[in-house]
Design a protein around this ligand. Structure first.
Ligand code: SAM
Length: 279
């Protein structure tokens, strides 16, 4: 049974890292003209109201995107510009940040006419909301398992591929299953760029994912980890992203973005970047 709802977490520090990295990859890939097939295996409901009861219950965005938004004038990396542009568009004219785009909306904001976007979502009410949003956004929604579904879609029609794998990790076997799917997808489309998000937990469960990915044949895997300087005693203390086949220069540009938001007056985080598997 699926119980995770992203509305409780939208715009938190992990989303800032994940969607910042996604926007950067999209901008860098789109520096070339050839079309990109985009896949979002765990899409959620696309757009979130930061004033909703669910969002206010946890108030996670207060320590995430709201801090980024308040610091926006002082950000030095030019790569935050496209991120701020998207946030501004979703909050047209208000100056306040009350609407937060989920990953489908980040993808859709960057799509060019030849690019494709396929979204997977299994949760009944999230899937319904997503389908409603997508009907106006002319993207494809498949209400099926995102991992198996992705493999059925590969290789894509377009010459390039970008995939976001962002499960809720509600069951322990998800960590292994994600690594297994990543390997199968990579074998079908070795030049694809794959982003895999994972939580950094006090239990250390994320090490299973990293170990499993190391054990596959997948090469060129960058690992970006954000660690809270004041972590909770239990639960999520950080946010991780694996990036397979990052565009050249992505590592230093992502680092600069993260340095911008590291300070105690912004998000109070440490950022570590290393190759989990080199070329
Ligand atoms: N990617 C979204 C974003 O960044 O805005 C957040 C996604 S949330 C972490 C994970 C989503 O995956 C939830 O909406 C959940 O219902 C959905 N989900 C869980 N298991 C799934 C599966 N096997 N296939 C597709 N979606 C699934």
């Amino acid at each position: 049974m699926l119980s995770y709802l992203h509305a409780f977490h939208a715009g938190n520090f992990a989303d800032v890292q994940k969607h910042g990295a996604l926007a950067l990859v999209l901008s860098m890939m789109q520096a070339k003209a050839s079309d990109i097939a985009c896949f979002d295996t765990h899409a959620g409901s696309a757009v979130y109201d930061l004033r909703s009861e669910r969002a206010r219950k946890t108030a996670e965005a207060d320590d995430g995107v709201q801090r980024l938004w308040r610091a926006r004038e002082g950000l030095r990396s030019a790569d935050w510009m496209p991120v701020l542009d998207v946030l501004t568009r979703f909050n047209a004219g208000s100056g306040e940040l009350s609407v937060y785009p989920g990953s489908p909306a980040w993808f859709q904001s960057f799509l060019r006419s030849g690019d494709g976007l396929t979204l997977f979502e299994l949760h009944p009410s999230e899937g319904e909301q997503l389908a409603g949003w997508a009907s106006e956004a002319s993207v494809r929604v498949l209400r099926q398992d995102g991992l198996a579904g992705l493999l059925r879609q590969l290789p894509p029609r377009q010459p390039r591929l970008l995939t976001l794998i962002d499960p809720s990790y509600e069951i322990k076997s998800d960590y292994h299953e994600v690594a297994e799917t990543l390997e199968k997808a990579w074998r079908k489309c070795r030049h694809g760029v794959y982003l895999v998000w994972y939580p950094i937990l006090t239990s250390g469960l994320q090490e299973q994912l990293k170990e499993s990915v190391r054990a596959t044949g997948v090469r060129k895997v960058l690992c970006s980890e954000v660690h809270l300087r004041k972590p909770p005693d239990r639960g999520m203390t950080g946010s991780g992203m694996l990036v397979v086949n990052p565009p050249w220069g992505f590592d230093s540009r992502l680092s600069e973005m993260m340095i911008d938001i590291a300070g105690p007056d912004v998000m109070n985080i440490d950022h570590d970047l290393e190759w989990l598997v080199p070329e």
